[in-house]
Design a protein around this ligand. Structure first.
Ligand SMILES: Cc1ncc(COP(=O)(O)O)c(C=O)c1O
Length: 374
C-alpha cells in the first residue's frame, strides 16, 4: 500500500454529522454554517469567520474585501500555491514577489520591507508548512505604508504565534479545508478577521454582493422580495453538509495537532544524522505542522523523489516558485527574481505528514529515505 504525503482522517462522528446534515431541513445556507463559523472564529481568536467553498475562494473574497483592484500591488511570497497570487491577479492587481527566509521558507520581512511601495495594498504572507510567519514584523511593515497584512493560513490552522492563535493577528486570515490540510470539509475554506468592514466585504463577496438590508438598498420600495447588487461577488458558499463535517473535525483539532507534532519530532530525530537540511521551528511559535519539508541536495532531488515514489512513498514538492508558472512568465516575470525561494524549491521534498499516519507507516517512510540516501 502506498503512503500519500497528506490525507484526511474521517471517523464515525464525522460521518454521523454529515448524515444528520443531509437529513436536516438545510443542505446549504442553514444553521450548520453558522455553527461552523462560530467554531472557526473561536479557534482563530477572531470576531468573525466567513465559511467559503475553498481556500482559493477565501483568498479571493479576502482580497476583494481589502478592495484590491486595478492599479494596486499585492506583495507576496513565491513559495506558495499559485492561488495566493492568482486570486489577487484576477482582481486586477499586479503581483510583486519578495524572497523567503531560507530557514522557514516564509516571506522574509527584510525583503518584504524593501519591496514595499505606496501602491502596495496588501502584504500576503503564507505560513509555509504550518510555521507562522513573522506576524508582528510583517504587520508593522504593511501598516507603515497603509497596506493590510493578509495571512494565507491554508497550512496553519491550529498554530500559535507568541501564544496567540493564527487568525487573531493579521488584518485578515484565510484557511483551506482541503483533505490534506489540518482539518477538512472535503473542499472548503474560511476568511477570519476582527475588522467588521473586512468581514462585511468578504461576506458580501461570498454571496454575489447581494444587499438584503432595506436600510442599505437603493430601491428599498421595490417589494419585500427585493435584494440588489452594488458590487460584484460570486457564489462561494460552503454547504451545510460540509460545514457539519468541519465542526466535527474541529472538535479533534487538538488531537490532530498532537499527532502531527509527534510525527514531525520523530522525523527530525530519526533523520538527523543524514546531513540533510531539516525544517526548523522558531522558539516563539507552536506550529501545527501541515508539511514536513525535507531538503536534499538539489542535484539528487529528482532521483530521491522518484525512488521514494517507486517504493510507494508518495512524496510531493511544495512549491514551484509561483512566478515560474507560464502565466507569470508570459506577464514578464523572470527566473532569478527570488533566488532563496528558487534554491528552496530545488532542494525540497515533502514527506508524508498527516494525523492518521501510523507509526509503522512512518517507519516505512524513514527506512525508505535512509535507503535512497545510502
Ligand atoms: C498556501 C495555500 N494557499 C491556498 C491554497 C488553496 O486552497 P484550496 O485548495 O482549498 O482552494 C492552498 C491549497 O492548496 C495552499 O496550500
Amino acid at each position: 500500500m502506498s503512503i500519500p504525503y497528506g490525507r484526511q482522517w474521517i471517523d464515525d462522528a464525522d460521518v454521523s454529522a454529515v448524515v444528520d446534515a443531509l437529513r436536516s431541513e438545510w443542505l446549504t445556507t442553514g444553521p450548520a454554517v453558522a455553527t461552523f463559523e462560530q467554531s472557526i472564529a473561536a479557534e482563530a481568536g477572531a470576531d468573525a469567520a466567513i465559511a467559503v467553498s475553498s481556500g482559493t475562494a477565501a483568498l479571493h473574497a479576502a482580497y476583494a474585501a481589502a478592495r484590491v483592484g486595478e492599479g494596486d500591488v499585492v506583495l507576496t511570497t513565491p513559495l506558495t500555491f499559485v492561488a495566493t497570487a492568482a486570486t489577487a491577479a484576477q482582481l486586477g492587481a499586479r503581483i510583486e514577489f519578495a524572497d523567503v527566509d531560507p530557514a522557514t521558507g516564509n516571506l522574509d520581512p527584510a525583503a518584504a520591507e524593501a519591496a514595499m511601495t505606496d501602491r502596495t495594498r496588501v502584504v500576503a504572507a503564507v505560513d509555509y508548512a504550518g510555521h507562522p510567519v513573522e506576524l508582528d514584523e510583517l504587520r508593522s511593515i504593511a501598516h507603515a505604508r497603509g497596506a493590510l497584512l493578509l495571512e494565507d493560513a491554508a497550512h496553519s490552522i491550529g498554530s500559535t504565534y507568541r501564544g496567540a492563535a493564527v487568525g487573531s493577528i493579521a488584518d485578515i486570515t484565510t484557511f483551506s479545508f482541503f483533505p490534506t490540510k489540518n482539518l477538512t470539509t472535503a473542499e472548503g475554506g474560511a476568511v477570519v478577521t476582527s475588522d467588521a468592514r473586512l468581514a462585511d466585504g468578504a461576506r458580501a463577496y461570498r454571496t454575489h454582493g447581494l444587499v438584503r438590508d432595506p436600510e442599505r438598498q437603493r430601491m428599498p420600495d421595490e417589494g419585500p422580495w427585493h435584494q440588489e447588487v452594488h458590487e460584484f461577488g460570486l457564489n462561494y458558499r460552503l454547504p451545510d453538509v460540509l460545514a457539519a463535517l468541519g465542526t466535527s473535525q474541529l472538535s479533534r483539532l487538538a488531537m490532530f495537532k498532537q499527532r502531527r507534532t509527534r510525527i514531525f519530532e520523530r522525523y527530525s530525530d530519526e533523520l538527523a544524522d543524514l546531513g540533510l537540511t531539516l525544517p526548523v521551528k522558531h522558539a516563539h511559535v507552536d506550529p501545527m505542522w501541515h508539511l514536513y519539508p525535507l531538503r536534499v541536495p538539489a542535484a539528487d532531488r529528482r532521483r530521491i523523489f522518484e525512488e521514494l515514489r517507486a517504493r510507494g512513498i508518495l512524496v510531493q514538492v511544495n512549491y514551484i516558485p509561483v512566478y515560474w508558472h507560464p502565466v507569470f512568465e508570459d506577464l514578464g516575470y523572470r527566473r532569478g527574481l527570488c533566488p532563496v525561494a528558487e534554491q528552496y524549491y530545488r532542494e525540497e521534498i515533502s514527506l508524508p505528514m498527516y494525523a492518521a499516519l501510523t507509526d509503522d507507516d512512518q517507519s516505512r517512510v524513514i527506512d525508505a529515505v535512509r535507503e535512497v540516501l545510502a
